[in-house]
Design a protein around this ligand. Structure first.
Ligand code: GLC
Length: 743
């Protein structure tokens, strides 16, 4: 009997103890109840303590209440190696090598939201395993100029494509209990003078071009955090820009997460207090020289903010709103018990990286069906170029990684060749022989003292004996290439690559050029090169994906997420003088004013409307098979404003091998009261077809797909009248058109 009583008493005590769990810790309660309960227990100093970093990549919780710290990590393509508490340099851990996934421009080039979901899941698992709460990515700044050093981190020139491709990535990451932190909000479309450029852009362009991907990230992706950009808009730094952060992001879009500053993006306590900034990272305030003790207490939202609050010069309501948002972020991530455990460097992650890479490679040209190469014939192959061997996962700025492995293009091509000994290599040119970023080193010794003439002579000599020559060049991750904090000086390939390509084209007609870059480059030799492939920065599995396509193990299905212009002057942003790029410096201040004078005519919108023929169009990408489009039809001739309309276009694989085609739907407004682009992407679908197979591809759109943003009325407007729907294989390859009428 006694035992029973004792047991019962113990159980009652346990139940009572459970009942005593404070509301903020009780995960069965709604998150906002938990937030309010936590808030009610916190002092003003504890609330302010939530709002700024305590180290390079972490911010405080509330130790006294057992509310955990928040740990952030770069980047959009893989999980950054651990750094020291308050340094960019490596912590020297040996358990933090990761898988490098393809850069996001490559993901966008897959035009496949399923790849985006696979990407988010995989990178989210790596972040979870490394016990990180916030992943500082993805980036969705629109590709306005091909000189922007960070376009490789973003999703191209079209807001609809970027909007569709960013959402599954966010969901995949956040399913792991890791917050996505979508960046860099907003108008951070170049790296040159990124801290001091004040962007001037009209509202219509802002809402039609530069905001949609962020809006989709918030409203469709449910992003738990957003990163404020470095630059200025309307003379206010984006990290405390009331209009963008409070009126639009938190007001119009209903964002309930936290705004995290870019590292050092906060510049003023009062502006940050009132301007919508919630969590300050990386600031170098006047009181914060490197190594200063308690440096983080000098942050703008640290002691200086506390002083304003205590003197009644900053509102408690603002403080509580910030603290609520950071607490919500913590409760969604660090303080969630039911999180999965993630995985690091798993074979699934390598398979995901390779599959995304396979689907992202864009076959730009393939005259005479030179590609694919049949490995069974064991041809003599000469591979030329520094990018065939150079590691690309180190460098490029904050997205730089320490990988467990990286398969180079040369390794991949050799591994899949019939007889690897028949795959030879010549350097061709010398580019960037360094290989280090913040203490992560490639270990490669790329030094080569030969002259360009000697290097070309060697490559040409070897090319003469080869059945195929594969030139692997392009850009790299060093400054003024595809790299953070600098832009390129021009569109041309660096390091004299054009000369090498021309010499090779003269020496061997079976020349294939593989361009490894995150940006468009000039290709003056394009007509002389039968096969050209855009291969991106594909990460750990780069060489395998490139070989997959070269040998036809995979039929390429990528399409360009941005236009390849013939020359820089063909690009919209470079048609309005220095004030449109890179901006004009003010006389008495470090600020440069840059006006986006091209307005909504960005990318193919410019090329179509101004009839500037591109080298390769937005949405362009060939296959090893061919596709025929039947006539596009609409389910109605007239649509009322509240209706939707469905288009159907039959697509047939008319070739001999299975393949995927991304059918694009563009909409034109035949007669508008304002200037509108000739056509705009409003739908796409990637379909896999067996040889001879036909599939009906359908698109259903509503009035919003017909609308432009009327800045005066501050609303989206679709003007009644005739519209046209185009089924296209690229912006320059419309296969079929149907007119319809909005009543
Ligand atoms: C960098 C980048 C940002 C990155 C952050 C932390 O300056 O702009 O994308 O996440 O700082 O490294």
């Amino acid at each position: 009997m006694n035992k029973f009583v004792t047991l019962a008493a113990a159980m009652l005590t346990a139940v009572a103890a459970v009942a005593q769990v404070p509301v903020y810790m009780d995960e069965t309660r709604p998150i906002d109840e938990r937030v309010e309960d936590a808030l009610s227990r916190m002092t003003t100093a504890e609330k302010a303590g939530l709002l700024h970093a305590q180290s390079k990549f972490s911010s405080r919780g509330v130790q006294r209440l057992g509310i955990p710290e928040l740990w952030c990590t770069d980047g959009p393509h893989g999980i950054r190696p651990e750094v020291l508490w308050d340094e960019w340099d490596q912590a020297g851990w040996t358990n933090d090598s990761c898988v490098a996934f393809p850069a996001l421009a490559a993901l966008a080039a897959s035009w496949n939201p399923e790849m985006s979901a696979l990407y988010g899941k995989s990178i989210g698992e790596e972040a979870r395993y490394r016990e990180k709460d916030v992943l500082l990515g993805p980036g969705v700044n629109i590709y306005r100029t091909p000189l922007n050093g960070r376009n490789f981190e973003y999703m191209g020139e079209d807001p609809y494509l970027a909007s569709r491709m960013v959402v599954p990535y966010i969901k995949g990451v956040q399913d792991n209990g890791v917050a996505a932190c979508v960046k860099h909000y907003a108008l951070n479309n170049q790296e040159l003078n990124r801290h001091t450029t004040n962007v001037i852009v009209d509202d219509r362009t802002l809402y039609e071009i530069y905001l949609p991907a962020f809006k989709a990230a918030v409203q469709d992706g449910g992003a738990w955090s957003i990163m404020g950009a470095y630059n200025l808009y309307e003379d206010r730094h984006l990290c405390h820009n009331t209009r963008l952060l409070k009126d639009i992001l938190k007001g119009e879009w209903g964002f309930d997460g936290a705004v995290i500053s870019d590292w050092g993006g906060v510049h003023d306590t009062s502006e940050a207090a009132e301007g919508g900034m919630d969590l300050e990272y990386g600031s170098w305030t006047n009181g914060l020289s490197s190594g200063a003790s308690n440096a983080y207490d000098n942050y703008y939202l640290a002691d200086p903010y506390l002083a304003l609050l205590e003197s009644g010069k900053a509102s408690e309501d603002e403080l509580n709103d910030k603290a609520r948002r950071v607490l919500r972020l913590i409760f969604r991530t660090a303080m969630r018990r039911d999180k999965p455990f993630g995985a690091l460097c798993s074979e699934d992650h390598y398979a995901a990286a390779r599959r995304i890479g396979d689907e992202s490679i864009v076959l730009l040209r393939n005259e005479g069906s030179l590609l694919p190469i049949d490995p069974a014939k064991s041809p003599n192959i000469l591979v030329v170029g520094e990018n065939a061997v150079k590691m690309m996962t180190v460098g490029g700025g904050s997205s730089s990684l320490k990988v467990q492995r990286e398969i180079s293009p040369l390794d991949g091509i050799r591994a899949m060749a019939g007889d690897p000994s028949k795959v030879k290599y010549a350097r061709g040119y010398v580019g960037d022989v360094t290989g280090e970023y913040n203490g992560v080193v490639t270990g490669q010794d790329l030094k080569d003292d030969r002259t360009p003439a000697q290097l070309i002579a060697e490559a040409v000599d070897m090319a003469r004996d080869a059945d195929y020559v594969i030139f692997v060049g392009g850009l790299n991750k060093s400054a003024h290439q595809d790299c953070e904090d600098s832009d390129r000086a021009g569109l041309e390939l660096p390091y004299g690559q054009d000369d090498v390509i021309r010499a090779l084209a003269a020496a061997n007609k079976n020349l294939i050029v593989v361009n490894v870059s995150g940006n468009a480059v000039a290709m003056p030799w394009a007509k002389d090169v039968p096969a050209i492939m855009q291969a991106w920065f594909l990460g750990s599995e780069a060489g395998n994906s490139i070989a997959d396509v070269i040998y036809g193990r995979v039929n390429p299905s990528g399409k360009l997420p941005f236009t390849f212009p013939v020359k820089l002057g063909d690009v919209a942003a470079h048609n309005f003088g220095e004030k449109a790029y890179p901006g004009i410096k003010r006389a008495d201040s470090p600020i440069l004013d840059e006006s986006y004078d091209e307005g909504v005519l960005v990318g193919y919108r410019w090329h179509d409307t101004r009839k500037v023929k591109p080298l390769f169009a937005f949405g362009h990408g060939l296959s090893y098979t061919t596709f025929d489009y039947g006539k596009i039809t609409a389910d109605r001739k007239h649509m009322a404003a509240g209706d939707s309309i469905t288009f159907t276009v039959p697509v047939t694989n008319t070739g001999k091998v299975a393949g995927a085609e991304t059918v694009q739907l563009y909409i034109s407004d035949s007669k508008a009261s304002v200037l509108r682009p000739a056509k705009e992407l409003k739908g796409f679908a990637k379909v896999w077809l067996e040889p001879g197979e036909t599939r009906d591809v359908t698109f259903t759109i509503g009035k919003d797909a017909l609308s432009y943003f009327d800045a005066d009325r501050h609303e989206w407007v679709a003007e009644p009248g005739e519209f046209k729907a185009h089924a296209a294989a690229s912006a320059a390859d419309v296969r079929s058109t149907v007119a319809f009428h909005l009543d």
